[in-house]
Write a protein that binds this ligand. Structure first.
Ligand SMILES: *Cc1c(COP(=O)(O)O)cnc(C)c1O
Length: 351
């Protein structure tokens, strides 16, 4: 080993889902929304002058935080925006998890958490989910340096009721508790309701899933003004201009259209409920999903084999080669047409 090699950071990175380079695939592997974003955003996407390229964007992302504030009936100082919720969560880890005590998150969860913890040298422990992949709230009563979990959880799609979230908050008032609500709009009750009561709560959401804008990279945290200011202080210590002009302008146009938002959500939820029936008929079992994906396993067929077969048919789903979940597939809810093609392919395979 050369001397300089010793100074290179060694880290096992997060592995994102594949973005296939070929066309005409049915893409059910990264929980994108199969429907386009709100018409206002598409319209805004067409009109840009050259200043959008020439000028630095507003470092405070004001047009976006103002629109979010209007939507939620809060102040713009209650919002921190970033380049996808991955960026927001990464800043939150750096801002809030600075204890010598370990932070806690479930052993089966969004695999980026342990990558960030390693990256920022934050100690962590991962309490096991129970046999049904449910969170064991009592595990989080232990002393810790902070708590984070998604609700619904990923990749299980299981929603915990607000009472469980509140119980965890009640037992963790000396640390920051982050609830990652990437999938909350598909049928969950947001912890935003608890913000008034718990000043140590941070809720993180994204435009990538329910709002059909994964390509734009916009995420946000909602919290008390002191938490948001602390995150901004960290952000301005790394990069003032994280949100580009394009994201700010298009993103700010997407929030107001509640009607379109609800319509799209309804379509996805209908398709999901139908998928539960179809997949059950095909012999799959899964925890009940309140997200835009279903986490399935089959008694007779190996998940990895099904994954490979579907891929050969240009249908992409997600397979995790991770102990405990390596016989499961995470299937994103697509359009009805896409799902029909999936069922056809599965039927063929199972025959
Ligand atoms: C998709 C996802 C995110 C990140 O989404 P962004 O596209 O970065 O906003 C965060 N947490 C969970 C649990 C997710 O599934």
């Amino acid at each position: 080993m050369k001397a300089w090699e010793k100074n290179i950071r060694k880290i096992a990175p997060y592995v994102p889902g594949e973005q296939p380079k070929v066309k005409d695939v049915i893409k059910l592997n990264t929980n994108e929304n199969p429907y386009p974003p709100a018409p206002e955003a598409l319209e805004a996407n067409k009109k840009f002058d050259t200043d959008i390229l020439r000028l630095y964007p507003d470092p405070d992302a004001t047009i976006l935080t103002e629109e979010l504030a209007k939507f939620y009936g809060l102040d713009k100082e209650n919002f921190f925006v970033g380049v996808g919720s991955d960026d927001v969560l990464s800043i939150a880890f750096q801002t809030f998890f600075n204890s010598d005590k370990p932070i806690m998150f479930p052993n089966i969860t969004y695999s980026f958490y342990c990558v960030w913890a390693d990256m920022y040298k934050i100690p962590y422990t991962c309490p096991k989910l129970d046999g049904d992949f449910k969170l064991v709230k009592e595990d989080y009563y232990a002393e810790n340096g902070g708590v984070i979990f998604p609700n619904p959880n990923a990749p299980t799609a299981i929603l915990e009721p607000l009472s469980t979230i509140e119980d965890i908050l009640m037992h963790n008032q000396d640390v920051i508790v982050i609830v990652d609500e990437a999938y909350i709009d598909f049928g969950g009750e947001s912890a935003i309701k608890l913000l008034d009561k718990y000043e140590n709560l941070l809720v993180v959401q994204t435009f990538s899933k329910a709002r059909s804008m994964a390509g734009m990279r916009i995420g946000y945290a909602i919290g008390g003004k002191r938490l948001i200011k602390a995150m901004n202080d960290v952000k301005f210590s790394i990069n003032s201009y994280t949100m580009n002009q394009h994201s700010l302008l298009v993103g700010s146009k997407i929030i107001a259209d509640r009607e379109y938002f609800n319509e799209t959500l309804k379509k996805i939820v209908n398709t999901r409920e139908n998928a539960k029936k179809k997949l059950t008929e095909l012999g799959f079992t899964f925890p009940d999903s309140k997200a835009n994906f279903i986490f399935v396993t089959h008694e007779k067929y190996k998940a990895k084999d099904i994954f490979e077969y579907l891929k050969s048919k240009n249908i992409f789903v997600r397979y995790f080669n991770t102990p405990g979940i390596d016989n499961y597939l995470r299937i994103t809810i697509g359009t009805d047409e896409q799902m029909e093609k999936l069922y056809e392919a599965l039927e063929e395979y199972i025959k």
